[in-house]
Design a binder for this molecule. Sequence first.
Ligand SMILES: Cc1ncc(COP(=O)(O)O)c(C=O)c1O
Length: 462
Amino acid sequence: MTDRQDLQKNLAVQGGSPAVTGLEAPSQPKVGVDEFLELADTWGFSAEAQQAIRAAVEGEDIGGGPLLTRYYNPRPSKVTAFEEEAAKFLRTKYALAVHSGTSALETAYIAAGIGPGCEVIVPGYTFFATAAAVVSAKAIPVIAEIDESLTIDPLDVAKKIGPKTKAIVPVHMIGTVCDMDPIMALATEHDLVVIEDTAQACGSEYKGKRCGTFGDLGCFSISSYKYVGAGEAGLVITDDERLYVRAQNHHDTGACWRPDRYAKEREEGELFCGTNYRLSELEGAVNLVQFKKAPARLERMRHVYKTVTGNLRPHKDIVPQQVRDVDGIVGYTMAFFAPDAPHAEVLAEALRAEGVSASVFTSGGARDWHIYRYWEHVLEQKSATAEGCPWTCPYYDKPLPPYADDMCPRTLDLLSRGIVIYLSEWWTEGDCLQVAGAINKVLDAYHDPIEGAAWHEIKPVR
Ligand SMILES: Cc1ncc(COP(=O)(O)O)c(C=O)c1O
């Protein structure tokens, strides 16, 4: 026997003794008490409180520490719990967590098959992301007017539907609701996809049904600036299993969501090159709690909204925002329209002097990504590369929409004379009456009251 044969016989794989028989070093958590305390510091807890937390948790046996991603997370996932809580609250079958409202929109568009050659109708008043995500999906946004509801005008949508139209995106702005009946009727008539952008109106309802559940998919931003959310997160919801699976694929192209991650495609359209928009377990944990608090917050906001508007006197030449479902809106804002822009500024200034946080939507002509006229990326068809994709796409049957900064004059007019007032869910009955009293005081000073009518009964004259 050669030396080499002896050596091979001695291998553990051949029945010899293993060389590694038990390492002595205990495993240390990768993520442990220090990271936890860094979070406590984010919350702003005092040094003494952090010391007390350290004393309480330092001795805990947390093994290797938690994985803060849903990537093969061995523990019950906070992201999954967040999705379940959101699905319950939003009354939908599937809720998929992603890391922002913008990624939710892009994911929903791509899941719905929006891409080269398609046009998607969006309102001229929404956060720019609604349109930007259309371009990210390689499609072309078509900008439609809003009406006195401050949401997309179904009459203008009807005018803008053409052979290239694939989808309509109603956006439930500042807590209010779109007129979903005519929008859904148009979608049925023209066989269009509807994707609701509910980023600003989580929990709103139209005729008793949650906004976000009317169309094929609903998108939400669950960020610090929304009443549900504390960092950066988003949600895509749907009742359609195929759309859910496609959304899952786009948000996690590494396919951690699949029952058998590396299996072949189960049905056509399931697998394509997506991205990684997975939500972290930290955000999942925080947003789980945020959704648990949402029902009570929604109730408080609606109560404040109804108490304030229920105590307003309608006035001649003042048009209240046309709320499509007074019982269903979230209610953290209220709005009305003055007859012209200069007078709107006068009223807003007078309201602020009375102690009411009022402002004109387009006050001072400041640039604002919520108003289409500042979306030069779209109006001037900007692209990340010289090829000019998607504006130059050969699949797109030109001409492009007639982009111009004055293409939606009604939207600009309404925003120039619209006054928005932010309400607080924490206001007492007395606070609501004070604010309503201040609004009545200012309107009385400039306009004749309309006797015998309630605030929401006043309609615009077209
Ligand atoms: C109407 C609307 N859509 C989309 C978004 C994008 O959400 P996010 O900021 O979470 O990406 C926002 C955020 O402000 C929004 O208001």
